[in-house]
Design a protein. Sequence first.
Length: 134
Amino acid sequence: EKNADQRAVRLLGWLQMIQGDRKAAGRTFRRLLDNKGETALVRYHLALLAAADGDWKASAEHAAKAVALNPDSTLARQLLAIARLNDGRPEDAINTVTAIIDANPVAGTEATLQDLHGKPVQYLLLDQPLGDGG
């Protein structure tokens, strides 16, 4: 029953998000944290809300906790990379993207990232070369 209640609260938070009421959604998801309802999905949604508010540090913290709770979550890792990049930590962002590629060695993932913009992954993230570019 408790799991059903937590699912209902998560659904409420998600509905509040899609209706654009970020403050209410944040309160709803934080309520789950206060009631031992922490899940990777709750942390991911809190990371999205923080990103929408431009709070990249909080977004990175929530996304990192989402990854810790569900290491297989590519979406949480992608958001973590974006948050770290926007928080002024490009090296951490690159390491996060590298971990995504290493964890999900889908054939062509790295080539797709290169082909999309004609640049290696680190150039794609930073739009500038790292080191000597070699």
